[in-house]
Write a protein that binds this ligand. Sequence first.
Ligand SMILES: [Zn+2]
Length: 250
Amino acid sequence: MGRRSGIVVMAVALLCASCATSQASRASTAAPTATVTTSPAPVTAPAVPDVADPPVVALPPPDFTSTISEITPDLAARMEPSWRPGCPVPLEDLRYVTVTHRDFAGEKVQGELVVHADAAEDVVTVFRALFDAGYPVRSMRLVDDFGASDDASMDADNTSAFNCRAITGGTGWSEHAYGRAIDVNPVENPYVRGSSVAPDAGREFADRPDSPGVIHADDDVVRAFAAVGWLWGGDWASPIDYQHFSASGR
Ligand SMILES: [Zn+2]
């Protein structure tokens, strides 16, 4: 109490130093005293939350992630089995795409595909929808990991896109050679021509059982591709290519 009284006395004494001046000037000295303490606050206060807010909030990792990137020299070297000079699409027009998918145990896996640059965004859109639908994908690795052998990739139930190869059973370029076709879970969704089924392990799925990964007309998978304008080989008369989706419908 004693010290506080002393401060009051000192304050009064300081104020009285200006008592000699007029009432008007005393009012003007009081006003700045108030504004000095309040004026910096409005200037600095808005800036603090703008800067501080983003780092303070720790966002959970997103469920689905994707990347689209150009073909680097390292990737081009890896793609030696599937691409060579004379292929209908230059490496500059292809893109390396990664997307999150579920495996058959329900675990999240980051898969990889090579597709045409003009299809990359659509492909990400499709696999985001398939992830949201919980559709399982066995494996999604570049066909180069199988020596660019379509048979070996199918035997491994591997989902793949780009492969500079001829159409199955023909001589023209496959839509895969343009990076505008994707084969999805080839074992559960085999290629059927008459009595011949590829891959061999796909034979038990030729009669289209209601099993995980098996694609049916108008299901989540067919509709996800249809939403970006891609058509399903399961709708063909013969051969019937249940694994095959393409931008052209071929
Ligand atoms: Zn195909």
